[in-house]
Design a protein around this ligand. Structure first.
Ligand code: G3I
Ligand code: 9MR
Ligand code: ZN
Length: 542
C-alpha cells in the first residue's frame, strides 16, 4: 500500500507518501496515464507506532494542478487517487462544520439541509431532575455528543471554544451558505452552529449559577434513530468541571458576540459571571461521578483546576477585571504537555491560547511565563513531527479518541506559526508540520484510511453513530471524525480483533460495534475543522 492524503495537496506544499518494506522506485501517474514525476523510496527506518519499516516517497516537486496516483515499480502497489489543487480542503472544512449540524438535538433535520440523512425531532420532552420524581426541566437542544444522544456540558464547551477560535483566526471560513437552516441570515454559519450549543448550555445552568453536568437517558439506547429514543431523559447534578468550562466558553463567546449581537453577548457574560460566582462559593464541590441509576458517559475528572484557570483567563479577558485572576495558583502550570491539552478532560491549552492570543487584557501579565512554556512545548512537538508518519504524538497518545490528540497537536502548530514564528521560514515549518497531521487523518497512515466519513477512497464507512446505523442509508452521515486507533481494547470487538502488543496506529476497526475506536464525537470534529480551516483558501491565507 502507498499511504497518502486521499484528498490531496496544494502546489508548493511538501508532499510525502509512506510505504512499508519497500525500497524501489515510484512514478506519479497523471490522469492521462503518463508519468508526471519519478523518484525513489528513501528509508526512514522502523516506526514503533505503526510497526512499519518505513520509507517515504517525496513528490514535493509535483505542483501542476491535476489528478494523480502513485505507482510503485514492479507492480508493488498503487496509491488511492489524489489531487494537486489550490484549495483542496474547502469541501472538507465545510463538511466538518456541517457534521455538527447533523448532531443537532431537539429539532427535525429536514431534507433540504440534511438530504437523505433527514430525520424527525428528538428529545423534546422535559428532563426529569435526578433525585426527584416529578420535577421536569426543559433542557432541549444542543448537539448529540457523539454516536449516542446524550448532551454533556464539558465536551460541549471545548467544542464551541474550538469553533470560536477558528472563527477568530480564519476569516476565510465565515461562510453563510453552508446549507444549515440559518444560512443566508447574514451571520456566519460557524457562529449560528456555535449558538445552537450555547443556547442549550444556557438552559443547563441553575438559578444559583451551577451548571448541570449532562442530560441523558439512564443508559445508552440501542441502534435506533434519535426520535425513536423515548425512554425519557434525566438531568444529572451540577458539577465543578461543567460549571467552570461553561464559565470559560460563555466569556469567550461574549467577546465574539459583542460585535454581532450585544444583547446576546450581555446574556452570555451574565451567565459566565454567575457560574464563576458559584465556583467561588463552592470551592470544595465534589467531582462528578455518575449518580445512582445513570450509566451513560461520565466525563469525570480528577481536578477542575485547569477548567478554573481557563474560566479565570476568559473572564478577565471579557471583563477587563484583573480580580478574576487573583485566585490563580501561584505556579501557573506551564511545563509539560498536560498544560497545553485541548481535550474534554485537560483544558489547560484553552487557557493558554486565551492568554496568548489577541488582546488578553489583564491576562497579559501571564504572557511571559506562558510564552516561554509554549515555546518549549512547540519545540518538542516539532522534534517529534519529523519522525515516522510525521505526527507529533507518542505511544501514550493512543487512547480513546487518539485522532483528537493528533488534531490538537496540529492546532498548536498552526497557532505557533502566528504566535512564535520570527521568520517566514519558521512559520512555514510549523504549518508544514501541521499539514502532515491533516494528511495522517486523511490517509497518510499505516492503514491507508481516511477517518472522515464522505472523504477519501478508503474511508470511514461504519461509525458507531446510531443515526448512521439506523437510517437505512448506505453512506454514513458525512463529515464525521472517527475516534481512531486505540490499543486499549475497550470494547468487545476491539478486544477480539487486536492482540496485546498491536502497534498503536493499527489498533482500529471500521466497525459500528467498536465504540472505543470508531465512534464519532463533536469534540473530534472541532479540532479537525480548525485544522482543515487553517488550510482553506480565502482572503487571509495562513
Ligand atoms: O488518561 C488515561 C491515561 O492516563 C492512561 O494511561 C490511559 C490507559 O488506558 O487511559 C487514559 O484514559 C482514557 C481516557 O479516555 C483518555 O481521555 C481512558 O482509558 C478511556 O477509557 C477514556 O475514554 C473516554 C470514553 O468516553 C470512556 O469513558 C473517552 O476519552 C471519551 O471520549 C469517551 O466519550 C464518550 C462518552 O463517554 C459518551 N458519548 C460518546 C463519547 C465518545 O466515545
Ligand atoms: O454507544 C455507547 C457509546 O456512545 C459510548 O461511547 C460507549 C462507552 O461509554 O458505550 C456505548 O454503549 C455500549 C455500552 O457501553 C455497553 N453495551 C453496548 C453499548 C453499545 O452498543
Ligand atoms: Zn436528540
Amino acid at each position: 500500500m502507498v499511504n497518502l492524503d486521499q484528498i490531496g495537496y496544494r502546489p508548493g506544499d511538501p508532499k510525502i507518501a509512506f510505504v512499508d518494506r519497500y525500497r524501489g522506485g515510484f512514478e506519479v501517474i497523471d490522469a492521462s496515464g503518463r508519468a508526471a514525476l519519478r523518484g525513489r523510496a528513501a528509508p526512514r527506518g522502523l516506526d514503533p507506532l505503526s510497526g512499519d519499516d518505513l520509507s517515504v516517497l517525496d513528490f514535493t516537486p509535483l505542483n501542476a494542478p491535476g489528478s494523480y496516483r502513485i505507482r510503485l515499480a514492479g507492480g508493488a502497489g498503487e496509491s488511492a487517487p489524489f489531487v494537486v489543487a489550490p484549495d483542496p480542503y474547502r469541501d472538507l472544512s465545510r463538511a466538518l462544520l456541517k457534521g455538527l449540524y447533523f448532531q443537532r438535538c431537539g429539532v427535525a433535520l429536514d431534507r433540504r439541509h440534511a438530504g437523505p440523512w433527514a430525520h424527525g425531532a428528538c428529545h423534546l420532552a422535559p428532563a426529569l431532575r435526578h433525585g426527584t420524581s416529578v420535577e421536569r426541566i426543559d433542557v432541549s437542544g444542543g448537539w448529540h455528543d457523539a454516536g449516542d444522544f446524550g448532551r454533556y456540558v464539558v465536551p460541549g464547551a471545548v467544542t464551541v471554544s474550538m469553533l470560536l477560535l477558528a472563527y477568530e483566526l480564519f476569516p476565510q471560513v465565515r461562510w453563510d451558505d453552508l446549507g444549515i437552516p440559518e444560512s443566508g441570515n447574514g451571520i456566519p454559519d460557524l457562529l449560528d452552529e456555535a449558538k445552537w450549543e450555547l443556547d442549550w448550555m444556557l438552559k443547563m445552568q441553575g438559578r444559583d449559577g451551577g451548571v448541570h453536568h449532562k442530560v441523558t437517558t439512564a443508559s445508552f439506547p440501542g441502534f435506533i434513530m434519535p426520535e425513536e429514543d423515548t425512554m425519557g431523559e434525566i438531568l444529572s447534578p451540577v458539577s465543578p468541571t461543567a460549571t467552570a468550562s461553561f464559565a470559560a466558553v460563555m466569556a469567550q463567546a461574549c467577546r465574539v458576540y459583542r460585535a454581532i449581537d450585544p444583547a446576546y453577548a450581555a446574556r452570555l457574560l451574565a451567565a459566565a459571571r454567575s457560574a464563576f460566582a458559584w465556583l467561588e462559593a463552592n470551592p470544595g464541590a465534589p467531582q462528578f461521578t455518575n449518580p445512582p441509576g445513570i450509566a451513560t458517559g461520565e466525563y469525570g475528572d480528577r481536578s477542575s483546576a485547569d477548567e478554573l484557570l481557563w474560566a479565570s483567563v476568559e473572564l478577565a479577558r471579557a471583563t477587563g477585571e484583573g480580580a478574576y485572576l487573583t485566585g490563580l495558583p501561584e505556579g501557573l502550570p506551564t511545563r509539560g504537555r498536560a498544560s497545553f491539552e485541548l481535550g474534554w478532560q485537560e483544558t489547560g491549552g484553552f487557557a493558554v491560547l486565551a492568554a496568548l492570543l489577541g488582546d488578553s487584557g489583564p491576562a497579559e501579565r501571564l504572557r511571559p511565563r506562558l510564552a516561554e512554556g509554549y515555546r518549549l512545548y512547540i519545540a518538542e512537538a516539532m522534534a517529534s513531527a519529523g519522525k515516522g508518519y510525521g505526527v507529533a504524538v507518542g505511544r501514550e497518545d493512543f487512547v480513546w479518541g487518539s485522532n483528537m490528540l493528533v488534531m490538537n497537536r496540529a492546532v498548536h502548530l498552526i497557532v505557533a506559526s502566528r504566535l512564535l514564528a520570527e521568520s517566514r521560514a519558521e512559520s512555514a515549518s510549523y504549518l508544514d508540520a501541521a499539514a502532515a497531521h491533516l494528511h495522517y487523518l486523511l490517509g497518510a497512515n499505516p492503514l491507508s484510511f481516511s477517518y472522515v466519513s464522505g472523504f477519501g477512497t478508503r474511508r470511514l464507512a461504519h461509525p458507531h453513530h446510531r443515526p448512521s446505523v439506523a437510517d437505512g442509508v448506505v453512506e454514513p452521515v458525512p463529515g464525521l471524525v472517527a475516534g481512531g486507533p486505540n490499543p486499549g481494547r475497550q470494547d468487545p470487538e476491539a478486544a477480539a480483533a487486536f492482540a496485546a502488543g498491536t502497534p498503536p496506529m493499527r489498533a482500529y476497526l471500521d466497525s459500528a460495534g467498536s465504540y472505543s475506536t470508531n465512534e464519532n464525537a463533536i469534540y473530534w470534529n472541532a479540532p479537525a475543522f480548525f485544522v482543515a480551516a487553517a488550510f482553506t483558501a480565502g482572503d487571509s491565507h495562513p
